[in-house]
Ligand binder design. Sequence first.
Ligand code: PLP
Length: 444
Amino acid sequence: MSPAPQSHVFPRHTKSTLPTIARGEGVYLYDRDGKQYFDGSGGAAVSCLGHGDPDVIATIKSQLDEIAYAHTSFFTSDPAEKLADKLISHAPDGIDRAYFVSGGSEAMEAALKLARQYFVETGQPQRRHVIARKQSYHGNTLGALATGGNAWRRAPFAPLMVETTHISACFEYRGKAAEETTHAYGLRVANELEAEIQRLGEDKVFAFVAEPVVGATAGAVPAVKGYFKRIREICDQYGVLLILDEVMCGMGRTGTLFASEQEGIAPDIVAVAKGLGAGYQPIGAMLCSAEIYAAIEKGSGFFQHGHTYVGHPTACAASLAVLTKLTDGGLVERCADMGNRLQDALEQAFGQHPNIGDIRGRGLFRGIEIVEDRETKRPFDPARAVHKALKKETFAAGLACYPMGGTVDGQNGDHILLAPPFIMQDHHIDEIVTKLGIAIAKVL
Ligand code: PLP
């Protein structure tokens, strides 16, 4: 790796030096020294179309020639209108409006503020509490951060947080008791929501927030069948809005455009980002039900929120090109199909490994949980930072993937998150397995 020149960039980890990215092509990334990396996690589950897609690039260029940017207090734009129409035509039942922001945290922030404003405008201002889940990440802005489950992320900012409490996520590998059926387990953890609403006061909670498939915090963990149906029932019973965070698992990543389609329920509000722009432009969206929109329309007529780049025409144009490829180009179905093949290959290669506890996920969103003891599911001592060693060795082997660690309530330890581009071919599955195998053999 070439030595980094004197830098004025403020990196996240001030003590590490990273290679400089030079270019990307299809499923590969190349650094300035020409080293090739398979983009095994699409960055952070972003690059669903891979790199250098000529259609998306052409769309962006032609949009720049027309108009790059105009502020939404003066104008709407064709790209924003068309993108909203297309997203809503594929969205869960009842979802009717789209609000475009610049990323996932902003989408979650908008979701939380809209939910709270809805109750303020409909005469229930006492609803000021959010319930979220322990294994979760919803972003790094203050509202989104409060709802995320990582206590260490929240700790320095605790005095600034929205009132939030955290119940268990639905995490079968870690949570289901040996004598319990999967169905009973799903109901038991869903019912934690009802107990928490009752504990806080039946009219005090404005939203329940969950990722349909937990991403970075736990490594592609879907809920068991029936869990979200029960969650929906509880939210309806107590008048709590259901906000689904599909920032990571949405936009086809799990094999359906919205991950919640596989749960047979519709949220009141859903946040999407990452795959929405596929990395070609920064964009996220908060989508809400007709009912919520109507309440604001009938009330103040003004969503008390906004950013300079809301509805950014170039970002919306890029996103429309991405969404068209996902929906009309058959890429979502392809993601489901390749995902099943990737799961099979991972199970075949690592399913019996003494330190691989679980291989899971949906579509091209797969998690591998690393344990010290397969029988007891005991994680490695966090001090060993197994995920960091895996990240280093996979990267050295030419595979960029997303290992994460950190226990939540002494539960899940290290895991690897795979989220490759949907355009990958069969032989790329072999490449992932081989490179992962090299790193696993070195570290474990
Ligand atoms: N929600 C989920 C589920 C995420 O995985 C992320 C980012 O990883 C976010 C929200 C925040 O998105 P962003 O980093 O674009 O602000």
